[in-house]
Design a protein around this ligand. Structure first.
Ligand SMILES: [Zn+2]
Length: 451
């Protein structure tokens, strides 16, 4: 049955032309949203009852390292420059076998679907071609829509990070693209650039040129630590060697140390920003870039980033990122000796950052991010009639402030139901669970990290 009708829900489309509709239906055919309205009919459609449910686009996580899922709960008290680089990139990542990439990616992707994220940019550190293949197998077996990001291998931090002059492994990237990505409807390719913070200027430019040649998104960790300024002097250098190469196919994660001028330049060039507020505030990256981007007339997207620290749930990022932004906005008013009489960044803003802005950051806004006829049917249903969510007077506020993953009842990716009545349908949740736990235990044991 290719046709489905999601019946009688509160549809929060986030598309200004569609709006929010009460007791409305969404008709899906062949994985595409074909109609949104009242009293829709289709003779052969599977009906999904959405009474007392809020129907909205799936969340888009624009920056996460899914393969760290089986080492979750180790980095919650770590800083970036104190422990993370040494323990994670300098030790644990090198111990990953291809099967560990599979199991981490598998359960990371399952957690994404369970918590309402239907698309994620998965920043991967594949030590070999086979590591990349297994990471992609996991995404395929789960059926998450994903931008698989081929980053620097995790086997040798000195070779691939800091002032590296070794380009990303081009032959592996081309082979994976051909073999596993190009013909898959749910997968696309990005290159995980070291950028000027972590490799030589020439290497940073060459990696970006390679991404462009492959038609891939470039995503780069930048401005998350002060250390480049101690190398180059004169404060954080901003885009440095790639400043004249920016465009809408460049995505920057973090950017905490960027000057307002650099953010403005990036926004003007169509560069997207992934802010990962919870991890950034914990690990010492600095103040989230949100305010600078909004002040420059841009918008941000949210990411979970390091799931060895924190939950993969995007709801946390929506709330934390928004409330921090509000704190700064309010403080600015108070410091001018005025009372705060209006909140600036709204619940709708943060929900958009978690959906349509994520889609834009990944250059997928024509496909996903809103409930719009013609887009793919990546849809989640949230129970608005639970004793912890009801009564729902404003659906967007219920989603942002009251709901958590336990309220996400149903999830569809590309029109396929992957979670129903609160349960993931993929049997891997049970069948692979023991192997997943064993993988995490082995990695921590072999790394010899004292927790
Ligand atoms: Zn990251």
């Amino acid at each position: 049955m290719t046709e489905k009708i999601i019946r009688n829900g509160t549809v929060v489309s986030l598309d200004p032309d569609v709006g929010t509709l009460e007791e409305a239906d969404v008709r899906i055919d062949g994985g595409e949203i074909v109609e949104i309205g009242h009293g829709l009919t289709a003779s052969n459609a599977e009906v999904i009852d959405a009474s007392d449910q809020i129907v909205l686009p799936g969340f888009v996580d624009s920056h996460i390292h899914l393969a760290q899922t089986q080492v979750r709960g180790i980095a919650g008290d770590w800083s970036l420059m104190g422990e993370y680089f040494d323990h994670m990139l300098g030790n644990i990542t090198g111990l990953y076998r291809p099967e560990d990439m599979y199991l981490g990616g598998l359960f990371g992707a399952l957690e994404k679907l369970h918590t309402g994220t239907t698309t994620a940019l998965d920043w991967s550190y594949p030590n070999t071609l086979e590591h990349g293949e297994r990471a992609l197998d996991a995404l395929k077996d789960v059926g998450l829509r994903a931008v698989y990001t081929y980053g620097p291998p995790g086997d040798d931090a000195a070779k691939w990070w800091f002032e590296s002059d070794v380009g990303l492994p081009e032959a592996n990237i081309r082979e994976l693209h051909e073999e596993k990505i190009r013909d898959d409807d749910l997968l696309s390719l990005a290159l995980g650039l070291r950028g000027p913070d972590f490799c030589t200027d020439e290497t940073a430019r060459r990696d970006l040129e390679l991404a462009r040649e492959l038609g891939a998104l470039s995503t780069v960790h930048m401005g998350a630590a002060l250390w480049p300024s101690s190398v180059y002097g004169g404060g954080y250098q901003g885009f440095g060697a790639i400043k004249d190469m920016l465009g809408p196919d460049v995505n920057v994660a973090h950017a905490n140390h960027f000057a307002q001028d650099d953010v403005q330049h990036a926004v003007d060039q169509g560069v997207s920003f992934s802010s990962t507020p919870e991890v950034e505030m914990q690990m010492g990256h600095g103040i989230p870039v949100t305010k600078k981007v909004l002040d420059a007339g841009g918008r941000v997207s949210w990411g979970v980033d390091v799931c060895s620290n924190i939950s993969g749930d995007m709801g946390s990022q929506m709330r934390i990122g928004m409330q921090v932004q509000r704190m700064f906005e309010n403080q600015e008013v108070l410091e001018s000796d005025e009372e705060v009489t209006a909140v600036q960044t709204t619940a709708r803003d943060t929900l958009e950052f978690a959906t349509i802005e994520g889609a834009k950051a990944l250059n997928m806004e024509d496909e996903i991010g809103t409930l719009t006829p013609g887009k793919r049917a990546d849809i989640i249903l949230i129970d608005a009639n639970d004793f912890t969510t009801a009564p729902s007077h404003s659906p967007i506020q219920t989603v942002v402030f009251q709901s958590d993953p336990s309220h996400i009842s149903t999830v569809l990716v590309d029109g396929d139901v992957v979670k129903r009545d609160g349960e993931l349908l993929n049997p891997a949740v049970r069948e692979e669970f023991d192997r997943f736990v064993d993988s995490g235990r082995r990695l921590i044991d072999e790394a010899g990290i004292d927790l």
